[in-house]
Write a protein that binds this ligand. Structure first.
Ligand SMILES: Nc1nc2c(ncn2[C@@H]2O[C@H](COP(=O)(O)OP(=O)(O)OP(=O)(O)O)[C@@H](O)[C@H]2O)c(=O)[nH]1
Ligand SMILES: [Mg+2]
Length: 396
C-alpha cells in the first residue's frame, strides 16, 4: 500500500489508540489509562478517533497486541485514513518495524508522545537541551525504518524537537550529538549550582505532584506569580522559584515539572538537574488532584518518582486539590454539594489520618488559609532545625 499524501491544510493529525490490559485487571483501568493517553495525544495536537484494547497475559513480542487485533487496527487505519497509531506503552525497535509493515502509517508509543510534548514546552536553554538529549537517547536504539519514514513528515507529532533538526539515522552522529548535549548540560548545571549556592539561608519548599494536579495554580496563589497554569499536560517544564512570606516568615517556593506514570527513563535522567531543586529542598508539598478517578495511583507514581530521585525522605505536606470537582456522598448516600462541608467531611475521613494533609480548591481559592497555616508551621519547624542560629522571622 502506498503511503497516503499528507494534507498540509489539515491542522490536527488523527490518531488511533491501542492499549492492553492484563487478565484479572479491571476493565475500566485500561480505559482510564487510554483516557490519559488521549489527553497526551490531545496536548500534542492529535485527535483520537478510536481505541482498541486487548486482554493479554503478556505483550505480543512481535506486534504488542495479537495479530488479529492488529488487523482490526489496520482496517480502521485504512477506512478512516488515520495519520498515526499510538501505543500505550514503550515499543521495542522490532515491534515498531513489524507493526509498521502491517499498518503502513506513523507508529508512536507513549514515550514518543511525552517527549514530543516536552519538546514543544521547553522554554529555557536548559530544558531544550534536556529534552533534546532525552529524545536522542530514546531514539538511539530505535534508529530503524520508523525514523526514516518520520523524516518524510517533518514537523508532525513525534518529530517535534527544540530546534528544527533533521532526523538523524546514523548511530555514530547520534552518539556524538548525545555527547555534545551532555557537555552543554554540564556547563548549564554548574552555572545553576553557583546560582543556588548564592541564595541566602532560607528554607526551601517544592511543589511536586502528578501533571495537571494544580501545582502552578497553587504557586500563583501563594506567591502572586504568573506561572502558566492550564488544562494541558506538562504545562510547566522549567522550575520557577519565588520568595513567599507568610506572616513574617519568608521561604523559597519552587514549582516544577509534573510526573506521570511510565515517565520515559531518558527524561527522568536528563531532567535530574532540573529536579535538583526538589532534591535539595527542605519540605515537599505533594499536590494531588483528588477529583481524578486514578488519584490514589497518581500518588503512588509520584512517591515512586521521588524515591528514584532520592527525595522521598523529606517532610511532606499532602495537599488534596480540586475538591470542588470531587463528588462525595455522606453516610446517607447523599451528595455533599457545599464545598466547605465537603472539606470538613474529607478532613475527618481516613485520608487525613497519619499524614499532614490539607484539602483545598486552589482555583476557587478555598481553604488556602489552612494551607498557608500548615506551611507556616512546617517552615518554622524547618528553620529551627536547619538554621538554629537564626530566628526565622527576622528574615524578610
Ligand atoms: N476545578 C478546579 N480546577 C483547578 C483547580 N486547581 C487547578 N485547576 C485547573 O487544573 C489545570 C491544571 O492546573 P496547573 O496549575 O497548570 O497544574 P500543574 O500541576 O501545574 O500542571 P503541569 O505543570 O502540567 O504539571 C488548570 O486548568 C487549572 O485551572 C481547582 O481547585 N479546581
Ligand atoms: Mg504547572
Amino acid at each position: 500500500m502506498d503511503k497516503k499524501p499528507i494534507d498540509l491544510s489539515k491542522k490536527e493529525e488523527t490518531a488511533v489508540l491501542v492499549g492492553i490490559s492484563v487478565p484479572g485487571e479491571e476493565d475500566y483501568l485500561v480505559h482510564e489509562h487510554l483516557d490519559e493517553l488521549e489527553f497526551l495525544a490531545q496536548t500534542a495536537g492529535a485527535v483520537a478517533l478510536k481505541r482498541f484494547t486487548q486482554n493479554l497475559h503478556t505483550k505480543n513480542p512481535k506486534f504488542f497486541v495479537g495479530p488479529g487485533k492488529l488487523d482490526e487496527v489496520a482496517k480502521c487505519v485504512t477506512d478512516y485514513q488515520v495519520d498515526m497509531v499510538i501505543f500505550d506503552d514503550e515499543l521495542t525497535p522490532a515491534q515498531i518495524r513489524n507493526i509498521e509493515n502491517v499498518l503502513n502509517c506513523k507508529i508512536l508509543d507513549r514515550n514518543n508522545l511525552i517527549l514530543d510534548i516536552f519538546a514543544t514546552r521547553a522554554q529555557t536553554a536548559q530544558a531544550k537541551t534536556q529534552v533534546e538529549l532525552a529524545q536522542y537517547e530514546y531514539m538511539l536504539p530505535r534508529l530503524t525504518k520508523m525514523w526514516s519514514h518520520l523524516s518524510r513528515q517533518k514537523g508532525g507529532i513525534g518529530m517535534k524537537g527544540p530546534g528544527e533538526r533533521e532526523i538523524e539515522t546514523d548511530r555514530r552522529i547520534v552518539r556524538d550529538k548525545i555527547r555534545l548535549l551532555k557537555d552543554k548540560l554540564e556547563i548549564i548545571d554548574k552555572q545553576n549550582i553557583t546560582r543556588r549556592k548564592s541564595r541566602d539561608e532560607k528554607v526551601r519548599v517544592s511543589l511536586v505532584g502528578y501533571t495537571n494536579a494544580g501545582k502552578s495554580t497553587i504557586m500563583n496563589s501563594l506567591s502572586n506569580a504568573t506561572v502558566l497554569a492550564e488544562n494541558k499536560l506538562f504545562a510547566t517544564l522549567d522550575t520557577t522559584v519565588r520568595k513567599v512570606v507568610i506572616e513574617t516568615t519568608p521561604f523559597l517556593l519552587s514549582d516544577t515539572v509534573g510526573f506521570i506514570r511510565k515517565l520515559p527513563h531518558s527524561l527522568i535522567e536528563s531532567f535530574k538537574s532540573t529536579l535538583d531543586e526538589v532534591k535539595e529542598s527542605d519540605i515537599l508539598v505533594h499536590v494531588v488532584d483528588i477529583s481524578h478517578p486514578q488519584y490514589e495511583n497518581q500518588v503512588q507514581v509520584v512517591q515512586k518518582t521521588l524515591e528514584e530521585l532520592g527525595a522521598s525522605d523529606k517532610p511532606i505536606l499532602m495537599v488534596y486539590n480540586k475538591v470542588d470537582l470531587y463528588a462525595i456522598k455522606d453516610e446517607e448516600n447523599e451528595l455533599i454539594t457545599d464545598l466547605k462541608n465537603k472539606i470538613k467531611y474529607l478532613e475527618s475521613s481516613y485520608l487525613s489520618k497519619g499524614e499532614q494533609a490539607v484539602f483545598i480548591s486552589a482555583a476557587l481559592n478555598v481553604n488556602m488559609d489552612k494551607l498557608r497555616a500548615k506551611l507556616l508551621e512546617m517552615v518554622s519547624e524547618a528553620y529551627k532545625k536547619i538554621y538554629p542560629h537564626k530566628v526565622a522571622n527576622i528574615y524578610g
